[in-house]
Design a protein around this ligand. Structure first.
Ligand code: PAF
Length: 280
């Protein structure tokens, strides 16, 4: 079967309506393209949950601030489509911006809870409004039963999960573990911006996080472990936005000794901002 590519909502709905008429379950993998093995893992996980997978490719302008990298964000549609075909995606939805945001578009989703945890939202205040708006649209456009999101963008995963629950969207958000290089560096489309030396250096992010998680598990106070991780990363040449231990679901500050925690980090190497997280 050749992979179908659709660029407007009518064509998308025609395809997904056929699946529903046949009683087939579907999963959506929302992406901004520039696909790597992490995205392909999302497709493969989607195929485990559903009979059909639709992957969306849309570089969402609403989640970039004016000073961010919208213009230089990697766009690699031909190779993305080849990888998706190989991975077994059934349909690609790659709309142009005016299909997603037609003239007169004014609506957005107002978020709180994990979207206001003082993590990504503190450094990219517009980001989750843009993500939630496009994801809510992609969920209703595709009418998928499952949505596959990587744990790499952990705050995004919690925000989208909460939003789907709060808005009673008939879709199950599935979190998929981060795919890493052998060094531990999480795969990310933004790794393409790293120089060879920075790429090598970047592995320290995961190593520092796992070390801090180990210390917390061994009884060290999360605030002490994260402060040490911040110092270590700074010494290694990172400019740290945050290293934080948070409740694994709400992303609130930890209150209870036994609550499940997640350690999250965002740090710059040169001109590249990297994020990562691990379970404690
Ligand atoms: O994680 C991403 O690539 C994007 O934030 C998403 C979920 C595709 C929304 O634009």
């Amino acid at each position: 079967m050749t992979l179908k590519i659709v660029r407007n909502i009518l064509d998308l709905r025609k395809e997904t309506a056929k699946w529903r008429a046949e009683g087939l379950a579907s999963a959506v993998v929302p992406t901004m393209g520039a696909l790597h093995a992490g995205h392909i893992t999302l497709v493969r996980e989607g195929l485990k949950h559903a009979d059909r997978v639709v992957t969306t490719i849309f570089v969402n302008p609403k989640q970039f601030a004016a000073h961010e990298d919208l213009g230089r964000y990697p766009r690699t549609e031909t190779s993305d489509i080849a990888q998706l075909e190989e991975a077994g995606t059934h349909l690609v939805f790659a709309p142009p911006p005016d299909v997603v945001y037609p003239p007169g578009f004014v609506t957005s989703v107002i978020l709180a809870g994990p979207a206001k945890a003082g993590l990504e939202d503190k450094f990219r205040p517009h980001f989750f409004d843009g993500v939630a708006t496009v994801v809510a649209k992609l969920f209703t456009q595709t009418q998928a039963d499952f949505a596959m999101f990587g744990e790499k963008d952990y705050q995004q995963l919690m925000v989208v999960t909460r939003m789907a629950r709060d808005l009673d969207l008939p879709i199950k958000v599935v979190g998929v573990p981060t795919v890493r290089e052998e060094s531990g560096l999480a795969l990310s489309s933004r790794n393409a911006y790293l120089s060879k030396a920075e790429h090598h250096q970047a592995a320290a992010l995961y190593q520092t996080l796992t070390q801090a998680a180990r210390k917390i598990r061994a009884g060290q106070a999360p605030s002490r472990a994260t402060a040490a991780a911040r110092r270590a990363l700074t010494t290694l040449g990172f400019r740290v936005d945050y290293v934080a231990a948070r409740n694994a679901e709400t992303l609130a500050l930890p209150k209870d000794k036994d609550e499940p925690l997640r350690l999250l980090v965002a740090a710059w190497l040169g001109k590249t901002r990297l994020i990562d997280n691990v379970a404690v």
